[in-house]
Design a protein around this ligand. Structure first.
Ligand code: FAD
Ligand code: NAG
Ligand code: NAG
Ligand code: NAG
Ligand code: NAG
Ligand code: NAG
Length: 700
């Protein structure tokens, strides 16, 4: 092993283990702190700082007063004495003999002055240092202890409430994972789990969009356009919000005659601000986990990345809200104590402000409008702000004992990045053949034999370009033994830059380019055990659909009836992909190509080429030139010159299915949403099991 690496590693581990650790205050410790609080606020035994515990370690009068108070509240036992001993060693490096502790009570009895006496002679702790122990007012001690226990219980439990909030997600993921994996492990469950409840559950909860049809499609509101989470995502997010309210309100109560916080408002403000702050911090690791590409929960649940990104957004909003409430709460708290200026100047507070500010900025810079229009800029700023959110929080809480939580957050983040690099290295940097076709790029990447693709998965591509190497873009792919093939529509970003490069290429619109692929990600669609599988692809959603179709067709074990529908605007789209269809054994399947618009044909009709309305004339032209040529090349494919009626299509496919049918789709958001709503409508109108797998992932 390389010693340099070893020592670096050792250094980090030692740094990490040396950090302040969180610990739950036991009841006894809480009581000691109550007594100490009483002493700090009313007596003075040395010139040291008022709230310091050092006095008990070296001053017999202070120690005896404390032990007297502990006796008053019944915790003057060996366990507590040992605890005090530890504190003296750990915090102040003073070795306090056990004898001194056990003798302290007797010393108090012999030398103590009474509280009453101190009051009578108007003792003032700011001006006078005591040289005798004091019998504290027992009633007051009891009140102090009660208030301190209330405060510290709430403080300690804040950690558990935070862990509870995190556990909610683990529980939700566990249930989701069990539901999805049991269908894989026990395929026959699918048919037996097709009763009324299962159907209603899928019809009303798991499959539909939140309201109406819109899910993959954007809710257009100008600058505030947004992706609406699906119904199940909404339910899960909303339950979490409810849980958060509970978690932040529980056990926040005021003790009457509280001597620590004399005003109820201030006490509640303090408890609530601590609670929101702590719960916020505890949620950070899971927030980062949800945002990562290599989130183990994705494997556990088989949920899509876009689902986790939706949760990432919602958890992120609540985390920022909590940070905000915590900040506002403490600001008000400082103002109430007239210590605003001095507190705000403290380094850890400044870092807290940095964290909260970055969090709030993310809420705005993450708007869909900005993601859509300037994705790479959004991403870079997002990462920088998120980094400062984490760094700010780190310095804010590291000495308060929350370093472990922040380390968990950083480990989660680091792990994702390391796995991403490992995946890229695993794939290598082969030279791909990139070709510009009409409005898209065909990228044929030589496939390393050790790279195992997922049918129905997707991957992120990197281009070995001086300017763009740091960008990665997700694409579904097709694959065979030799290559991974991507079809990418030319948009305004990197795809446009590459298209331009190809256009300017003197030797034609095709060239070799170094690329790397990070993947595969995603899960295979669980369709091996349905009697019928129906693919519905739309436009550029073709590569993934065709890949799944191909692998199902060419698998000898497949005994399913498979149908493939592809809805394209123009016949040329089919022609571009024709070579892939040509290789498929299509004789036992049904393949329908729906062409919704045909400029060449339209000009035949004498209408304006710029008229973009969809071609609706029913099936009149399927014998015309281009089509008839194609038809003779592809006798097994039905070319239908019209937009399909999805309702009819689904109805027919359900009727023809033997006992279960899976609809698998990818395409334009509006089409996918339409299909979803049609299927949701039909799910409980048949005895057959109907499943819907939407492989479209939208998060930008
Ligand atoms: C799982 C998945 C599979 C996809 N498969 C295909 C496919 O097979 N064929 C295809 O043509 N397109 C596919 N896309 C879309 C494709 O990723 C984007 O069109 C591409 O990243 C645009 O690159 P650009 O720089 O040219 O885009 P821009 O012109 O900069 O942006 C166009 C759109 O793409 C979004 N976008 C840009 N970069 C990213 C990114 N890194 N991650 C996510 N969204 C981004 C923008 O928000 C915007 O909405 C897929 C997307 C996802 C999420
Ligand atoms: C413990 O008690 C002894 C005897 O009273 C005293 O000399 C010593 O200073 C005490 N130690 C501490 C750390 O207070
Ligand atoms: C604890 O307090 C009781 C009085 O409440 C006293 O009798 C006893 O000696 C104390 N024990 C110790 C170890 O100081
Ligand atoms: C104690 O003394 C300080 C300084 O002389 C004074 O400001 C303060 O008001 C006094 N406190 C009480 C309770 O008398
Ligand atoms: C002890 O404290 C209580 C509560 O503050 C008070 O009512 C009582 O008068 C005090 N007793 C003495 C002796 O000061
Ligand atoms: C497109 O054609 C339809 C029917 O022929 C016509 O009603 C419409 O006005 C045309 N639109 C445009 C933009 O030319």
């Amino acid at each position: 092993m390389n010693w340099g690496v070893f020592f670096t590693f050792y250094f980090f581990i030692s740094q990490v283990t040396a950090l302040e650790k969180w610990h739950a205050y036991s009841k006894g410790e809480q009581k000691i702190r109550g007594c100490s609080n009483h002493i700090s606020r009313s007596l003075s035994f040395d010139k040291g700082s008022k709230y310091s515990y050092a006095k008990y370690c070296k001053n017999v009068n202070a120690l005896s007063t404390l032990v007297g108070c502990l006796a008053d509240v019944n915790v003057n036992d060996t366990k507590m004495f040992k605890y005090i001993q530890h504190e003296c060693i750990d915090e102040y490096e003073i070795d306090l003999p056990m004898e001194n502790l056990t003798n302290a009570y007797a010393y108090l009895i012999q030398n103590g002055v009474t509280w009453k006496l101190l009051k009578e002679r108007k003792y003032n702790s700011t001006t006078e240092i005591l040289n005798t122990p004091v019998f504290l007012n027992k009633t007051l001690s009891t009140l102090y202890v009660k208030a301190q226990v209330n405060f510290l219980t709430s403080y300690t439990n804040s950690m558990y409430y935070g862990i509870g909030a995190v556990s909610y997600w683990l529980a939700v993921c566990l249930v989701g994972g069990l539901a999805n994996w049991s269908m894989i492990w026990f395929p026959s469950l699918r048919n037996s789990m097709n009763g009324r409840i299962s159907k209603l559950w899928r019809k009303w909860i798991t499959i539909p969009a939140l309201f109406g049809k819109k899910q993959a499609a954007v809710q257009k509101l100008g600058l505030f356009s947004a992706l609406v989470p699906s119904r199940i995502e909404s339910v899960i997010s909303l339950l979490f919000f409810g849980l958060l309210i509970g978690v932040n309100a529980a056990e926040i109560k005021y003790i009457d005659q509280d001597p620590i916080f004399k005003v109820k408002k201030i006490a509640l403000l303090r408890y609530f601000s601590d609670r929101t702050g702590i719960v916020c911090v505890v949620l950070i690791p899971i927030l980062l986990l949800f945002g990562g590409r290599n989130n183990f929960l994705m494997w556990l649940t088989r949920w899509k990345y876009s689902t986790f990104i939706a949760y990432h957004r919602w958890v992120g909003r609540w985390v920022v809200l909590l940070a905000f409430l915590h900040s506002i709460g403490y600001t008000e708290y400082f103002i109430q104590y007239d210590t605003y200026a001095s507190n705000m100047a403290e380094t850890y507070v400044i870092w807290g402000v940095v964290g909260t500010a970055c969090g709030c900025l993310i809420l705005f810079q993450g708007l869909l409008y900005l993601r859509r229009n300037w994705y790479e800029t959004f991403l870079v700023i997002h990462i920088i702000l998120a980094a400062f959110f984490v760094i700010g929080t780190w310095y804010h809480v590291v000495e308060l004992g929350f370093a472990q939580v922040m380390i968990a957050a950083i480990v989660v983040w680091g792990f994702d990045r390391i796995v991403r690099v490992a995946r890229i290295l695993h794939f290598g940097f082969p030279e791909a053949q990139v070709t510009l076709m009409k409005d898209k790029l065909e990228i044929i990447v030589p496939r390393p034999s050790h790279w195992k693709p997922i049918v129905g998965g997707y991957a992120w591509i990197y281009f070995g370009d001086k300017k763009y190497f740091w960008q990665s873009h997700p694409f579904t792919y097709m694959h065979d033994e030799q290559s991974v093939i991507l079809y990418t529509t030319v948009h305004a970003g990197i795809t446009q830059k590459i298209a331009q490069k190809l256009q300017d290429n003197p030797s034609g619109p095709s060239m070799k380019m170094r690329v790397s692929i990070e993947g595969p990600y995603g899960c295979a669609t669980p369709i091996e055990h349905h009697s019928d599988v129906v693919f519905v692809a739309g436009g550029n959603g073709i590569p993934g659909m065709l890949n799944e179709f191909k692998h199902l067709l060419t698998n000898e074990k497949t005994k399913q009836r498979i149908k493939f529908n592809w809805i394209v605007k123009e016949l040329t789209m089919f022609e571009e992909m024709a070579k892939h269809f040509a290789k498929l054994p299509l004789s036992n399947t049904e393949v329908n190509i729906f062409v919704t618009r045909q400029p060449a044909l339209k000009s035949l009709m004498g209408s304006d080429e710029s008229n973009d309305t969809d071609f609706k004339n029913e099936g009149k032209f399927d014998t015309l030139s281009g089509v008839s040529l194609l038809q003779s090349d592809f006798p097994d494919i039905n070319f239908i010159m019209q937009r399909p009626d999805l309702d009819n299509l689904v109805q027919r496919d359900i009727e023809e299915a033997a006992n279960s049918v899976a609809f698998v789709t990818c395409g334009p958001p509006i089409m996918v949403d339409e299909l979803r709503s049609v299927i949701v409508d039909k799910i409980d109108k048949t005895n057959k099991r109907v499943d819907f797998y939407d492989t479209l992932e939208v998060w930008t």
